[in-house]
Design a protein around this ligand. Structure first.
Ligand code: 13P
Length: 287
């Protein structure tokens, strides 16, 4: 079924798991992402950048995601990732996206609160969920690189005020992750996440999931991460697989021979991550 971010993260909180939020980079890979979720038996968030949405078309993406969610009977939320442009947010909502992220993290704190609040009012009036961001996530965000020294970690006291004032449905936290990190892994600041989780009760979001060690997943999930973004790992693997098949296949062979293996690779990764996101080996609490 077609769901909002709020609905799927509520399920995740109840089950102490996290929902995989996977960036789709083209339409080809989308059916296998949703089939992967079906096979794992968990909800999924499909997210697009503004540029991907423009390339494919907002309405086309909404129609295909809704159709796949219904055909496969999977809970799917469709989310606009890292939108700083309010017109793009309005376009996504008008087309039928069920969730959007307003990324005001580069704005001064007060302005981030004010603008996020306006976006929340607009989106909630139309039944759409909103993710906000506080602090800066490292790596590259939409082509703008964030230097290590310019990284600002989320401060728990700011998070409390931000959530109270804006009414966001989920909060992206800056705790040491980096977008686009696929050659190495990062050291996540778990103590900081714990502090934020203690004082803020909205679902928390990990960005730059490709660079997070899988052994860190349980601790992140047990401390409130309810949306876990993975993009680059899918992109890199799809491209590597497609490069190989395109290199080996005759030019007059159906394109299926080139893209099916790449889509399959994406599906395998989605399933692998989603199985870990179920957090089945939770610590047994005594008493
Ligand atoms: P990666 O591409 O590093 O996995 O990050 C995805 C993300 O956080 C999208 O906002």
């Amino acid at each position: 079924m077609y769901k909002t971010l709020k609905e799927v993260t509520e399920t995740a909180s109840r089950l102490n798991m996290t929902v995989g939020a996977f960036n789709m980079h083209n339409l080809e890979m989308l059916p296998d992402m949703i089939r992967g979720a079906k096979e794992v038996g968990a909800p999924i968030i499909i997210q697009t950048s503004i540029d991907t949405a423009k390339y494919i078309g907002y309405e086309v993406i909404v129609a295909v995601v809704k159709s796949l969610a219904e055909t496969h009977m999977v809970d799917v939320a469709l989310h606009l990732d890292h939108a700083r442009d309010v017109d793009a947010i309005k376009e996504a909502i008008a087309a039928g996206y069920s969730s959007i992220m307003f990324d005001g993290s580069r704005l001064p704190f007060k302005e981030n609160i004010e603008k996020t609040k306006l976006v929340v009012e607009y989106a909630h009036a139309r039944g759409v969920s909103v993710e906000g961001e506080l602090g800066t996530i490292g790596g590259t965000e939409e082509g703008i690189s964030v230097a290590e020294d310019d990284k600002v970690y989320t401060r728990p006291e700011d998070a409390v005020l931000f959530v109270e004032e804006t009414g966001v449905d989920a909060l992206a936290v800056a705790i040491g992750t980096n977008h686009g990190q696929f050659k190495s892994k990062t050291e996540v600041n778990v103590p900081l996440l714990k502090e934020i989780h203690k004082v803020v009760d909205v679902p928390l979001v990990i960005h730059g999931g490709t660079g997070v060690k899988e052994e860190d997943y349980p601790e992140l999930i047990n401390n409130g991460i309810r949306k876990f973004n993975v993009g680059t790992e899918l992109l890199v693997n799809w491209t590597q697989e497609a490069k190989q098949t395109f290199g080996e296949t005759a030019v007059n062979k159906s394109l299926r021979y080139n893209v099916i293996p790449a889509n399959q690779k994406v599906k395998e990764i989605v399933k692998h991550k989603m199985n870990l996101f179920l957090n089945r080996h939770q610590p047994i609490t005594m008493g």
